[in-house]
Ligand binder design. Structure first.
Ligand code: NAD
Ligand code: DAU
Length: 345
């Protein structure tokens, strides 16, 4: 039977890749993309699906409790996949407020409404950052690792994870959570390290490497993340958490050298800059559970994914130039103007 899915934050990086993946794989599923279009939301990410009869966009804020409730009931939603969040660690250091309101209160509004409108199936997208920071020899994070968030971003995501679990245990809300490592791929906003470094180099600018460049991240190609969420929403066990990762740990220095090679630039383009305050040293994910229980594992190697990603940025210069200049924010106005995409009374 077809599903009627509310995707929150679908105009962002991972959400837009997920929507494209689901619409092409399940022709009988309907998706309602609910997104505030903050600086990170960009409808150009979904230009190729905007005329698909199974796709609908509604502009709105998950912090608006009544609007969230109206949409969930009027759209007859039977599954919520919740991506919407403030997602950039550096911004959370400069100005944490929106992280608390969107990531915590926004998530709570969705949970309340999911419960009220018939105990709707809820999948929450979270991050490995809730587990804190690893030393070089520590074992990877897994589903039983204690929470130890260290930035306003990760603390707000940890709070949202706890609320989802609380709604499952207390009210039997049929919920699952996934905690994923660093994603990369097409349509990633060039504030995150991979698209920032690629686009800077394509523009002939230097790349700012924080601290000693030896912090480690585990990289996952975004379509592999979409596939992992697909298996969780279809086969995941209610009440469970699944760790998702690329089994591909790299120091930022290694990553930078790979990007330099793929863009034909030399190491003189690296600029070591002041470290991020509270910079987590290393993240790594043990993905045994999702592999053994749901049969998911990453399909795209880091070498292949990074090559594809650099090619995508080379071939989509107008997309990232619009994003870097702020032009993309005019897209919504120009294409939708005052036309109400969906009238919610
Ligand atoms: P993103 O910043 O690219 O997109 C976030 C989207 O949420 C944007 O479209 C934005 O407009 C929307 N949004 C923000 N506040 C909103 C609000 N109040 N109401 C409605 N919409 C709002 O983020 P992303 O990188 O695609 O991350 C998506 C989710 O995945 C987040 O929950 C993030 O914590 C999680 N995550 C990201 C990564 C990663 O590497 N990017 C890894 C693991 C988990
Ligand atoms: O681990 C999952 C998380 O990955 C997600 O939950 C977050 O939403 C996502 O933003 C990402 O967080 P990071 O902080 O790991 O990603 P970012 O791309 O900002 O940084 C990756 C690494 O690169 C980190 O060690 C900091 C470093 N860095 C980052 C930037 C932007 C630099 O050295 N220079 C930079 O300019």
């Amino acid at each position: 039977m077809g599903k009627n899915i509310l995707v929150t934050g679908g105009a962002g990086f991972i959400g837009s890749n997920f929507i494209r993946y689901i619409l092409s794989k399940y022709p009988d599923y309907k998706i309602c993309n609910f997104d505030l279009l903050t600086y990170a939301g960009n409808l150009e990410n979904l230009k190729d699906v905007e005329d698909n009869p199974n796709y609908k966009f509604i502009k709105g804020d998950i912090r608006d409790e009544k609007l969230v409730d109206d949409i969930i009931s009027q759209e007859k939603i039977d599954l919520i996949v919740h991506f919407a969040a403030e997602s950039h660690v550096d911004r959370s250091i400069l100005n944490p407020d929106d992280f608390i309101t969107t990531n915590v209160i926004g998530t709570h509004n969705l949970l309340k409404s999911a419960l009220k409108n018939g105990n709707i199936r809820f999948h929450h997208i979270s991050t490995d950052e809730v587990f804190g920071s690893l030393s070089p020899k520590d074992p990877a994070f897994n589903e039983n690792t204690s929470y130890d968030p260290r930035s306003p971003y990760s603390a707000s995501k940890a709070a949202s994870d706890h609320l989802v679990r609380a709604y499952y245990h207390t009210f039997n809300l049929p919920a699952t959570i996934s905690n994923c490592s660093n994603n990369y791929g097409p349509f990633q906003f060039p504030e995150k390290v991979i698209p920032l470094f690629i686009t800077n180099l394509l523009e002939g600018k230097k790349v700012p490497l924080y601290g000693d460049g030896m912090n480690v991240r585990d990289w996952l190609y975004v379509e592999d993340h979409a596939k992992a969420i697909d298996v969780i929403i279809h086969k995941g066990k209610i009440g469970e958490t699944y760790c998702i990762g690329g089994n591909s740990e790299k120091t930022n220095k290694e990553l930078t050298y790979k990007i330099l090679a793929l863009t034909g630039k030399g190491e003189e383009m690296i600029e070591f800059v002041k470290d991020r305050p509270g910079h987590d040293r290393r993240y790594a994910m043990d993905t045994t559970k999702i592999k053994n229980e749901l049969g998911w594992q990453p399909e795209v190697s880091f070498e292949e994914g990074l090559k594809k990603t650099v090619e995508w940025y080379k071939n989509n210069e107008s997309w990232w130039k619009n994003v870097k200049s702020g032009e993309y924010q005019k897209y919504y106005e120009a294409n939708y103007g005052n036309k109400i995409v969906k009238n919610i009374s």
